[in-house]
Design a protein around this ligand. Structure first.
Ligand SMILES: Cc1ncc(COP(=O)(O)O)c(C=O)c1O
Length: 395
């Protein structure tokens, strides 16, 4: 049986191979420290779980409207105003099965064959594949390490063609943890307005920003930019709710209506119980999630300090999310490796530390470390990497 061209052209997730190997080693009794997990290690806060239980116990277990229950969309309206002074109406919001599904559905409704989407590198692994699944073409522009992995308005201007339909801005970024400033967003936004390019603002790590400046959404910079932007967000990372699968998109009504229509044929609705859980999350204050943020920030400081001491490793200090994305070019050279995959595999085999190679994020000189484990484990993992580098050092 011949599978469709669509799936044959899909690139398997680069994070999966190493994660599967790490898991197999762990299952066979090895003391593996995993730095791969892109999800908080904290439990979902109790009040959220209780809200889900209550929903189930009171019979809220049936289909809901495709775009999500009105109460949740209204709670998201309030959240967008509270956090960004953005005014949306409930019909400008669709609740989806995770932010991933919001993005997938969005590409399906805005792209025609051959339409181009600008994707800054390093990027989250699913963007290019989702764009290709919608018959679009990802156009990569390099977020240079010397520019803290961020792209400029000039770079955007340079790649625009008459097929450019959209651009993705992911701030704080996975895998680099970098955030765009208001001025940088303003400049990129102006180019997008000039060429009528839809801005997809993936703000899933919004609540994990460790800078003095609050996270800025490009949509909040002007009424025109708000109209031009579709904001993507969800509870996965902010509320330690990755398994509940609730995300959302906010944008102009025509796009949200088309997405809702498509979702009605794909999922019917996001899981009902999870919607009530997310409702409790958005109706509460951010006290519980602040605690997680403080813990992440401490780990970041600890891991960053240890990491930059490693021979041949440099690292731009992240401002948000829960990832470090060091450049290991020199460490690889010193230890006799010329591929980051081989380097990462050797570290896993010899030192039982699972890192993610940067190749799948469009950055083959880097590796991604998620600090979604406790500080002691983090320190131990970095110590093991150091041991590996010193043992193999050839110069
Ligand atoms: C940048 C980015 N966007 C979106 C998502 C999707 O999140 P979810 O589907 O869990 O809401 C992720 C998850 O790893 C991510 O890293």
């Amino acid at each position: 049986m011949q599978l469709s061209n669509r799936v044959q052209n899909l690139t398997p997730s680069s994070t999966l191979a190493i994660t599967a190997k790490a898991k197999a080693m762990k299952d066979s009794g090895h003391d593996v420290i995993g730095l791969g997990a892109g999800e908080p290690d904290f439990n979902t806060p109790k009040y959220i779980i209780q809200a889900a239980e209550e929903a189930m116990n009171t019979g809220l277990t049936r289909y809901t409207p495709s775009g999500g229950i009105l109460e949740l969309r209204e709670a998201i309206v309030d959240k967008m105003y509270r956090d960004h002074q953005l005014t949306y109406q409930a019909d400008q919001i669709i609740v989806t099965t995770g932010a991933k599904h919001a993005l997938y559905t969005l590409f399906q409704v805005i792209l025609n064959k051959g339409d181009q989407v600008i994707v800054p590198t390093p990027y989250w692994v699913s963007y290019p594949e989702q764009i290709k699944l919608a018959e679009g073409e990802p156009i990569f522009i390099e977020g240079k390490e010397e520019n803290n992995f961020k792209i400029s308005a000039k770079q955007v201007e340079e790649v625009i063609t008459d097929k450019t339909k959209a651009i993705i801005i992911n701030s704080p970024n996975n895998p680099t943890g970098m955030m765009y400033s208001e001025e940088e967003l303003q400049a990129i936004g102006e180019v997008c307005l000039k060429h009528n390019i839809i801005i997809i603002s993936d703000e899933i790590y919004e609540k994990l920003a460790y800078t003095d400046q609050a996270h800025v959404s490009i949509a909040q910079l002007s009424e025109a930019l708000k109209r031009q932007t579709v904001v993507i967000n969800g509870v996965s990372k902010s509320h330690a709710m990755t398994g509940w699968r609730i995300g959302y998109a906010c944008g102009r009504k025509t796009i949200i209506k088309a997405m809702t229509n498509l979702a009605s044929h794909a999922t019917s609705n996001p899981t009902t119980t999870s919607q009530y859980a997310a409702l409790a999350a958005y109706q509460a204050n951010d006290h519980e999630i602040e605690k997680m943020k403080v813990a992440f920030k401490e780990r970041l400081d600890t891991a960053y300090q240890a990491l930059i001491q490693l021979p041949g490793v440099t690292c731009v200090k992240p401002q948000g999310a829960f990832y470090l994305f060091p450049n290991v070019t020199e460490a690889m050279e010193r230890t006799g490796f010329d591929s980051v995959e081989d380097w990462v595999t050797a570290i896993l085999e010899e030192e039982k530390v699972a890192l993610i190679p940067g190749t799948g994020f469009g950055a083959p000189k880097n590796v991604r470390l998620a600090y979604t484990i406790g500080s002691d484990q983090l320190k131990e993992a970095i110590h093991r990497i150091e041991r590996f580098i010193i043992r193999h050092q050839q110069i």
